[in-house]
Each structure stands twice: as structure tokens, then as C-alpha cells.
Design a protein around this ligand. Structure first.
Ligand SMILES: Nc1ncnc2c1ncn2[C@@H]1O[C@H](COP(=O)(O)OP(=O)(O)OP(=O)(O)O)[C@@H](O)[C@H]1O
Ligand SMILES: [Mg+2]
Length: 391
């Protein structure tokens, strides 16, 4: 059975990062290399501002389009999806809001389910994952903020659906004929209920897949202050949501030959690369700034720089680099450390960051809101893991 699973597995790799850092380029390079190694690969752009087509120099449709041997690509078209799949639920929601005395225009707005557009991309992902047609699905995501929103959709959607349609379906079916005339409220039709049920099931499936070992998130960044800042925030929240980040790709590093004019930049970038190592306890891949725009053949060079002789589908970091949990009234932050004793351990908060120093070892952790407002009260070691408690 074990071997069957290995054969059937579809690897999912999501690329995210701040605007303009090179997500599309790196996603395209990764997909191309994956395909050239013989993996049936699909690359999906979920960013409404598509540029995957430009990267490959091929026009892509809202469904899988052949790019090369073993390689297909698509750009999700949200309006098309919305009309096709969700009009039933949307109509009911408008009806519901209107029955509550909410004006037409507002009702229409409210009926746009939170994260509807992101949902469309995720449902594609689920569909192709389950189809077994691909060995790898590479996602070129929108900039960080939207990606985080995208990845919280399965959870949020489930919450929303529970709240909205919390009554058990069977019960609803029985009480509907009696209740509807008495209440000033249209109850959802069977068709709507079916849709909601289906969506709910799919969201649960998606969440399982996205949190599983098959899925990795890779953060693309540049060695620049603002970019690092946004990336560390993303890294923390991805960990918090339970996603696995298996490496970061630092793109647009100036080569040593850049010359005098760039000497200051070279120095700064070197410092930022050190900082990146302290903030991301996972493999850090590097890509040079190319002398021209990256398309076609240059994509191969980039893939070579990142992965060398490694398979791009490899899991570069196993497990979760950090875990944040609520235990009773305390918040607990757990991280893996190379040292095993608390000796010489220094721990302090610097703004929204927690700095941990032990001799030569240093780690900087961007704290999520819930922890940033608290103080670390104690630290414990257990099997190579540092557990920090916040009160
Ligand atoms: N290593 C590199 N060297 C030179 N140019 C690069 C490199 N990586 C990316 N570029 C160029 O930078 C521009 C932005 O890259 P890309 O579109 O991949 O970024 P993005 O993160 O997907 O942007 P967006 O947030 O707009 O989707 C493109 O013109 C691309 O060709
Ligand atoms: Mg892009």
C-alpha cells in the first residue's frame, strides 16, 4: 500500500512573496525543471494580475494548456468561475439579506462570499490533485497578503458555513414547510443546501491536503529590508495556520562582478543574507540578478541555480519549523534548536520580534499579534525543542 501511495502522490508547491520579487519567474522555472525531469506538471497562476503567460511566452487559458512536454499551465479566471459554480448560493444569500431588510445593493455586496475569488483557485487545486493526472502542481500565488487570505479560506469558509447554515441539513428539510410561512425568512432550497454541503466537504478535504506533507510553501524574497520584513511576517503566519514552508528563495542577488557602482549594494545584500539565515531556519536558495528579463532559456538557468542536481519536488525541510498553540490561558511557542541546554540562553523582545541568542546561535522570530502583546514568561527544553511560554 505504501508504494501505491508514493506513486499516486501529487506534490503541491505554492510560491508566495512580496509583489515583484520574482514569484512567477521562480514558479515557472520550478515547473519547467519538474517537467523536464519527467514529472507531469501543472502550473496554475492564482494571481488575478496574470503574468505566467509572459514568462513562458505562451498564451494560457482558464483551463490546462500545453506548454511543453509534461508541462501544462493555466490562469484562473475568477468571474468565469463565480458564474459557473456559485451563482446558486449567491442568489440565495442576496435573497436572505433582502428578507432581513437590507437594501438590494448592499445585499448583493454581502452575498459575495468572503474569499470567493481565492476559493475558485483552491477548488481547481483540489480537482486536479484528486484527478491523479499530475505528479506536481505548482501554484504561482498573488502577493503575500492575498496568499495568506487564500490559505485561510478553507478555515474561514467552514466557520462561515457553520454559522450561517449551522442547522443540520435534515432538520432544516423537515422544518422548512412549517417554518417558512411563519418566519420572515427564506430558507435555503435543496439545491442551495446541496451546494453548501458540497463546498463544506471540499473545504475540509482541501485543508487536509494543504496541511499534509505533500504540500510545501516556498517564500520568494529579495535581499531588501522591506521585503524581508514582509516575508518574516508571512513565515510566522504560515506556521501559525499549520502550513509547511520547506525553503525560501532569495532572488535578485547582485553578482560579485556588478562593479564599483554596486559595491554598497553588494555589502548591504550580504548583510541581509545573514539576517535571512537568522530569521528562516530552513534551506535558503539563492538566485542572481540576471542581466536581462527572465524568460525562456533563462528559466532553466534559474532552476539550475536553485535546485542544482536536486529534484525541485523534493521536500527541503521536513516538519514544521515552529508551532504556536494556545494552552489554557497561555500561548506556547515551540521551535527546534541545535542546542540542548538553557545555559547562556538569552531571550528578549524587540518590537514585534523575539530574539533568542545562545552563544553563536541566534534566531529572530516575528511574533503574531496574539503573542506580540504578551511577555515571554518562561522557557523549557524538551527533546531538542525550545518551548517558550507567553502570559
Ligand atoms: N533573477 C532575476 N534577474 C533579473 N530579473 C528578474 C529576476 N527574477 C525576476 N526578474 C524580473 O523581475 C520582474 C518581476 O518578476 P516576476 O513577475 O516573476 O515577479 P512576481 O513576484 O511574480 O511579481 P508580481 O507580484 O507582480 O506577480 C520580471 O520582469 C522578471 O523578468
Ligand atoms: Mg507574479
Amino acid at each position: 500500500m505504501q508504494s501505491d501511495k508514493a506513486v499516486l502522490m501529487t506534490r503541491i508547491i505554492l510560491f508566495t512573496g512580496k509583489g515583484g520579487v520574482g514569484k512567477t519567474t521562480i514558479a515557472a522555472a520550478t515547473a519547467l525543471k519538474s517537467a523536464e525531469l519527467g514529472n507531469r506538471t501543472l502550473v496554475i497562476s492564482t494571481d488575478p494580475a496574470h503574468s505566467l503567460s509572459d514568462s513562458f511566452g505562451v498564451r494560457l487559458d482558464p483551463f490546462p494548456t500545453k506548454i511543453a512536454k509534461n508541462l501544462e499551465g493555466m490562469e484562473v479566471n475568477v468571474e468565469y468561475e463565480l458564474e459557473k459554480h456559485w451563482s446558486t448560493i449567491k442568489e440565495y444569500l442576496s435573497l436572505f439579506f433582502r428578507s432581513q431588510g437590507i437594501e438590494d445593493v448592499v445585499a448583493e455586496e454581502l452575498a459575495i462570499f468572503p474569499g470567493f475569488d481565492e476559493l475558485a483557485s483552491l477548488l481547481h487545486l483540489l480537482k486536479f490533485y484528486k484527478s491523479g493526472e499530475y505528479d506536481a502542481i505548482v501554484l504561482d500565488c498573488a502577493p503575500t497578503g492575498e496568499t495568506l487570505r487564500l490559505l485561510s479560506v478553507p478555515e474561514v469558509a467552514k466557520w462561515y458555513m457553520n454559522r450561517f447554515f449551522g442547522i443540520e441539513r435534515k432538520v432544516l428539510k423537515i422544518i422548512k414547510p412549517i417554518a417558512e410561512p411563519l418566519m420572515d425568512l427564506p430558507l435555503p432550497s435543496d439545491e442551495v443546501l446541496d451546494k453548501i454541503q458540497e463546498l463544506y466537504t471540499r473545504m475540509s478535504e482541501l485543508k487536509n491536503i494543504l496541511e499534509s506533507r505533500d504540500t510545501s510553501v516556498r517564500i520568494v524574497m529579495n535581499p531588501e529590508k522591506m521585503v524581508i520584513r514582509e516575508s518574516e511576517r508571512a513565515f510566522t503566519y504560515l506556521n501559525l495556520f499549520g502550513y509547511r514552508v520547506d525553503c525560501v528563495v532569495v532572488n535578485k542577488i547582485f553578482p560579485e562582478v556588478a562593479g564599483d557602482y554596486f559595491s554598497e549594494w553588494l555589502k548591504i545584500q550580504r548583510e541581509y543574507l545573514m539576517e535571512i539565515r537568522e530569521k528562516f531556519p530552513i534551506p535558503v536558495m539563492k538566485v542572481e540578478f540576471k542581466s536581462t528579463e527572465v524568460t525562456g532559456e533563462l528559466l532553466r538557468d534559474i532552476a539550475e541555480e536553485i535546485y542544482g542536481s536536486e529534484n525541485p519536488l523534493k521536500i527541503f525541510h521536513e516538519g514544521k519549523p515552529m508551532v504556536i498553540k494556545k494552552e489554557d490561558d497561555k500561548f506556547v511557542l515551540k521551535i527546534k534548536t541545535p542546542f540542548v541546554e538553557k545555559q547562556n540562553l538569552k531571550l528578549f523582545k524587540r518590537g514585534e520580534e523575539l530574539v533568542i541568542v545562545a552563544g553563536q546561535w541566534k534566531r529572530i522570530i516575528f511574533l503574531p499579534q496574539s503573542l506580540a502583546i504578551r511577555e515571554p514568561s518562561s522557557a523549557k527544553f524538551n527533546e531538542g525543542e525550545l518551548k517558550i511560554i507567553f502570559r
